[in-house]
Write a protein that binds this ligand. Structure first.
Ligand SMILES: Nc1ncnc2c1ncn2[C@@H]1O[C@H](COP(=O)(O)OP(=O)(O)OP(=O)(O)O)[C@@H](O)[C@H]1O
Ligand SMILES: N[C@@H](CCO)C(=O)O
Length: 321
């Protein structure tokens, strides 16, 4: 991120008075991330992350906060939201909806190992399975309808060749047969910067604010595109074998999911190409801002076109041990 909304010491002390967390010791804005304002907060009882929601509205937030509580309580490595003195997770601070969550140990990794990829696959599958029991529903906000409206916004900013690629991909995606695909709750943004590790041990998955009800296989596609990138946009087959193998350990994918896998990888690349284009060409004002390169996902998309058999073959090499 980014700190879009500055919080003063006085404001934070008043906010913390609503919690049973002791005295404020220190706090600092977090520079990673794009969507929200985040601070690390230390009180006399421990370390927390404070999020001020910049885009999501208060009535949308119970889904995410309840989901995070549900996952932490089902032993998925993740941060439990912290309740205030009245048992509520959601508060307001400086005019924005705000929440505190536990601060997890660990750091994100730039160059994941196969073992780390396996851990991500395993926990994603456990999350997909566990969430069968989670009763709330949310439609995707970055789904196919959003792809079309956002493409129209960014189209005038693109080169002719990128415009042609974007138009062709939207047309291709509109024709993908998604019938009979397993559906459920997905993270939808499980990038490397949304997982923390201590060595090879996954300590937590964070940033559930794009979670929604959608095709489970799309969640894996988002994650493989980011975690298993060989550097020249092709898939790193060793990391992919471990990530998909880890996933299969807890949930067996269906033949329909394997069939649609190449299209899902392309759709997932399209989604992040578009969101990064929008962030770049229509930025929001903020004190610290962090724009990610859209061309990374344009190139991922390009490299996934015309290689369907190769992409489906990833499932044959998934390491099941
Ligand atoms: N529970 C947590 N424990 C430890 N660190 C955390 C936690 N939550 C967030 N962070 C840190 O804060 C950073 C930003 O958080 P997050 O990814 O949620 O921000 P965002 O603006 O919503 O992100 P995005 O870029 O995905 O939109 C993370 O990269 C991580 O360093
Ligand atoms: N993970 C996203 C940002 C948040 O959606 C990206 O890397 O573009």
């Amino acid at each position: 991120m980014s700190v879009y909304t500055v919080v003063t010491t006085e404001q934070l002390k008043q906010f913390l008075a609503g919690y049973d967390l002791g005295e404020l010791e220190q706090f600092v804005g977090i520079s990673n991330g794009i969507e929200n304002t985040n601070y690390f907060v230390t009180t006399s009882t421990g370390d927390y992350v404070l999020t001020l929601f910049e885009v999501l509205q208060a009535d949308e937030l119970p889904y995410f906060l309840e989901l995070m509580a549900f996952l932490a309580e089902h032993d998925i490595p993740s941060a439990h939201p912290v309740p205030d003195r009245n048992g509520m997770y959601l508060q307001r601070l400086n005019g924005k909806p705000a929440a505190l969550v536990q601060r997890l140990n660990g750091a994100s990794v730039d160059l994941p190992t196969p073992t780390q990829c396996r851990a991500i696959g395993e926990q994603m599958a456990r999350m997909h399975v566990a969430c069968d029991q989670f009763g709330m529903h949310r439609d995707p906000v970055r789904g196919p309808k959003w792809w079309v409206t956002t493409a129209a916004e960014v189209m005038p900013k693109l080169s002719h060749s990128d415009q042609a690629l974007l138009r062709a991909e939207l047309e291709f995606q509109a024709a993908v047969d998604t019938r009979d695909l397993p559906f459920g709750i997905i993270h939808a943004d499980l990038f490397r910067d949304n997982a923390l590790f201590v060595g090879e041990r996954l300590t937590g998955i964070i940033d559930f604010y794009y979670a929604c009800n959608f095709y489970l296989i799309y969640d894996l596609a988002v994650t493989v595109n980011d975690w298993c990138n060989s550097g020249d946009s092709a898939v790193d087959s060793d990391n992919a074998a471990h990530l998909l193998g880890g996933y299969q350990r807890f949930r067996t994918v269906t033949p329909r999911e394997i069939d649609v896998w190449p299209a899902m990888l392309r759709g997932a690349a399209l989604r992040f190409w578009l969101s990064r284009l929008r962030d770049m060409h229509f930025p929001r004002p903020g004190e610290i801002t962090h724009i990610k390169d859209p061309n990374v996902f344009r190139d991922v998309l390009t490299s996934r076109i015309g290689v369907d058999d190769e992409l489906r073959a990833m499932w044959q090499t998934a390491v099941s041990a």
